[in-house]
Write a protein that binds this ligand. Structure first.
Ligand SMILES: [Zn+2]
Length: 245
């Protein structure tokens, strides 16, 4: 049985199909990540085609068949096309990295409304005029890691369980997460935190609005989170978007 459903959806990717159709990958609020076909979307008469572009947030009407590989989208209304993101290369880079994380690490048809809300919130933040895209992306990345089941402990060493002390020589182990200075000695693949960097890492998890940071520190945090996922998911080879821009 097909069910007609209206869903908020982020367009992750679109590919031309046959003479005038499109195949799209959508991240939807109620059905998670799905693939869909939009028939005739590339014809000049199509009312849907112009609304379907990567990084557009739409309200999509589709016939949902659970067992089908491709859903059929029949209508789409534009909610946001994130104008400010698309007119700035730095914002495009980090917004595309969010899309890449979903494409590569979120399983098909795995609905997660909290994650969906987080994606939309981060894109809205990046779209604001005085946006700091790298900061919004780093915060999103930490939230994302938790949502896909790799939550990090910031209070206790992930190896010995002792409480983490800020002034200690803490490190990030790509296999275990945050480890204390003592355990760091036994680990082979670690990244040593400076006190300043560890402080920033902690601050990113709080809702502290006034955050001061160096861009290179955020780049280091993104780097270690990427490595952490690579160690836990052999299919993931890192974020291409961040290296091509
Ligand atoms: Zn330890």
């Amino acid at each position: 049985m097909a069910e007609i459903t209206k869903n908020e959806a982020l367009v992750l990717r679109k590919t031309n199909f046959s003479d005038s159709s499109l195949i799209v990958e959508l991240y939807t609020k109620e059905h998670g990540k799905i693939s869909a076909i939009i028939k005739g979307a590339r014809s000049s008469k199509s009312r849907i085609g112009s609304k379907i572009d990567t990084l557009n947030l739409v309200e999509a009407v589709f016939y949902h068949k659970e067992q089908k590989e491709l859903q059929l989208v029949t209508q789409a209304n534009l909610i946001s096309h994130f104008h400010n993101i698309k007119s700035d290369l730095e914002r495009v880079k980090y917004a595309s990295a969010i899309v890449e994380l979903i494409l590569k690490l979120v399983p098909e048809k795995d609905a997660n409304e909290k994650l969906f809300r987080g994606v939309v919130k981060s894109l809205n933040l990046m779209d604001k005029e005085n946006s700091q895209p790298i900061l919004h992306f780093t915060q999103f990345f930490m939230f994302f890691i938790k949502e896909i089941g790799f939550e990090l402990s910031f209070t206790n060493c992930s190896s010995c369980g002792n409480e983490i002390n800020n002034s200690d020589h803490n490190a990030f182990s790509y296999t275990d997460g945050i480890v204390c200075g003592n355990c760091n000695k036994d680990k082979l693949t670690t990244f040593d935190f400076s006190t300043e960097l560890f402080e920033l890492f902690l601050c990113l998890t709080s809702k502290n609005k006034k955050l001061s940071y160096k861009k290179s520190d955020l780049e280091n945090i993104i780097f270690i989170l990427e490595k952490y996922i690579i160690y836990h998911n052999s299919d993931f080879k890192g974020l291409k978007t961040l290296s091509i821009f």
